[in-house]
Design a protein around this ligand. Structure first.
Ligand code: GTP
Ligand code: MG
Length: 546
């Protein structure tokens, strides 16, 4: 059958028409009735396909697609996360970080060789824990080369489409191809403080807490085989940061691989039995614990909980110990500033009856790999009434995973971009030469729509604690006072400048920005209400995205 070029290939009328040349006699004959039956079967199938197509079309019309973007640890998943077992893992990770630091101290390792400490600049006495404190500002120009650039000189977007933006993200050259320029001078460094002394008590704590290492390994394995990515392995193994200043002089910085918990899909983790409602009950995935009926897994995980609970006193002792604290400080490990910090909640979390609160869930850290899709049916709560189905895509933000964003730019209604403001003194874990704040704004300025300037609470805390002035990390900050009133509005003005700049280009785009702390769920809900209104109002019908 030849169809007219404009024929609908699954049009009912086209397919129900009798074949050309069929006589009435034929139609009544047996052969003809077989043909008719076949034809009726085909008609039913076509009808079904047509209905399916209509349904899909209708669904697509009603669905609002939102893409969450931002560098790693910017807070994307925290806006969505609904599961909790990771909290135990977060707690164990902190404990193990401390145990490693004690071991390194005992072995006489230089503080610069620990995986969590990061390059600091002359005069800076502290740095973040898991994350990565940053030295003098470096940023990438549009051509991809690294240059010492003040924050405010990023310039306006050239009005590129999101497709171009996606390509730009993907085109990021590996850091190894760029020049390194973070060598720092140590001439003005004060003499190092005397080394803290480890006692028998610390040895004992190390010994008694040692079983937590295998508990951590087992729990992590249960999140899924291969569900862990080592930053620094592969591209930059062992050589992240060539030279740094550890307070005692410039020394080569060899970083060990830094591990984070990751999941490809939250659902996989939930299916594996580690979910908000507790462990067990799921069928075996063949890894680590578990058998076909999930019973052994439940017992084993209970055993893990049991071990953690039995270590509660020792964990508390370890975290409360002054010598330990001074070692962490000297090694520039600031666990409390990193995601997934639960050491202050040991009593509650390291217990046999621990049930996570929603606050625990938003504070938990679990790195996303790839892209996770969430379909939210008619999103409604006492605060939010979205009135549509929403499809949210939460992407992994690390540099190596940004190429995975590309397909999601197609047909998306809105993009919410999260930029963690508190990271002005941190570097990308994937590339310690890049300031995290600058990386965020470079990403955002390529043409995105809604910006969450996130982690404001942490920014306030850092400033209150008298962290080095922003100027130290971002030269463009100049001599302005280092307080929230001054620092706070700067990123906003920066963003306004970028928007104004890009709007003079051929492509006009709307931009909205919000100062957020997405761990504060109540305020975030209010922000989401405002964002929802924007998205629906504009519905991006006039958005010239692709
Ligand atoms: N204090 C504070 N912590 C936050 C805020 N937003 C996120 N966090 C914490 O920061 C950590 C990282 O947040 P995630 O949501 O996992 O980051 P992400 O952007 O999804 O990171 P990737 O999955 O690696 O791309 C988590 O432990 C969060 O609890 C915030 O506004 N304030
Ligand atoms: Mg995430």
């Amino acid at each position: 059958m030849v169809l007219a070029p404009d024929s609908d290939p699954i049009s009912w009328s086209v397919h129900t028409r009798a074949p050309p040349g069929e006589t009435p006699e034929e139609r009544t004959s047996l052969g003809s009735s077989m043909k008719s039956r076949r034809r009726r079967g085909a008609m039913r199938l076509i009808d079904e396909l047509r209905r399916e197509r209509e349904r899909t079309k209708k669904e697509a019309k009603g669905v609002v697609k939102v893409l969450l973007l931002g560098q790693s640890e910017s807070g994307k998943s925290t806006t969505l996360k609904t599961w909790r077992a990771v909290i135990q893992l977060n707690l164990l990770k902190s404990v193990i970080t401390i145990l490693d630091a004690l071991q390194a101290e005992q072995d006489g390792e230089s503080s610069s060789s620990n995986p969590f400490a990061t390059p600091t600049i002359p005069g800076s006495s502290t740095s973040t824990g898991y994350a990565n404190t940053v030295g003098p500002s470096t940023s990438r120009s549009r051509s991809g080369s690294l240059s010492q650039q003040p924050f405010r000189s990023l310039g306006a977007s050239s009005g590129s489409s999101l497709r171009q933006a996606a390509d730009a993200f993907a085109a990021t050259p590996p850091s190894s191809s760029r020049s390194r320029n973070n060598s720092t001078s140590n001439s003005k460094m004060p003499p190092p403080p005397p080394l803290p002394i480890l006692s028998g008590k610390h040895q004992l704590l190390k010994l008694r807490l040692a079983p937590l290492r295998s508990v951590e390994t087992d729990l992590r394995r249960r999140l899924g085989a291969g569900a862990e990515e080592d930053y620094g392995i592969g591209r930059d193994a062992g050589v992240l940061g060539d030279v740094t200043n550890n307070g005692n002089g410039s020394v080569p910085l060899r970083r060990k691989a830094t591990k984070e918990f990751t999941v490809r899909r939250v659902k996989d983790a939930l299916d594996s039995g580690i979910g908000a409602n507790g462990y067990g009950g799921a069928s075996s995935n063949g890894h680590g614990y578990g058998n076909a009926n999930g019973k052994r897994r439940e017992e084993d995980v209970d055993e893990a909980t049991e071990v953690i609970a039995s270590c509660a006193d020792d964990i508390r002792e370890l975290w409360g110990d002054e010598v330990v604290r001074s070692i962490l400080k000297r090694r520039r490990i600031r666990l409390e500033d990193g995601g997934g910090f639960f050491l202050d909640d040991v009593d509650r979390i390291a217990s046999r009856t621990y049930a996570p609160s929603s606050d625990d869930v938003v504070r938990a850290r679990l790195r996303t790999l790839g892209v996770q899709e969430y379909r939210i049916k008619n999103m409604t709560s006492h605060l939010l009434n979205f009135g549509n189905d929403w499809l949210l895509y939460d992407v992994g933000g690390s540099r190596t995973g940004r190429h995975a964003w590309i397909p999601y730019f197609e047909g998306v209604n809105a993009i919410i971009f999260l930029a963690p403001l508190s990271c002005f003194d941190e570097r990308l874990l994937e590339d310690p030469h890049i300031n995290r704040l600058e990386d965020s704004f470079l990403l955002w300025k390529t043409g995105l729509l809604i910006l969450f300037m996130n982690k404001c609470d942490l920014l306030k805390r850092k400033l209150r604690k008298g962290r080095q002035s922003e100027r130290t990390y971002l030269p463009s900050y100049g001599d302005r006072p280092n307080d929230m009133g001054t620092v706070g509005p700067i990123p906003e003005r920066q963003v306004q400048g970028l928007c104004a700049g890009s709007n003079t280009q051929a492509t006009h785009r709307s931009a909205y920005y919000y100062a957020t702390s997405v761990t504060d769920t109540k305020t975030t809900a209010m922000t989401l209400v405002a964002v929802k209104d924007i998205i629906l109002r504009e519905h991006l019908k006039n958005a010239d995205f692709v």
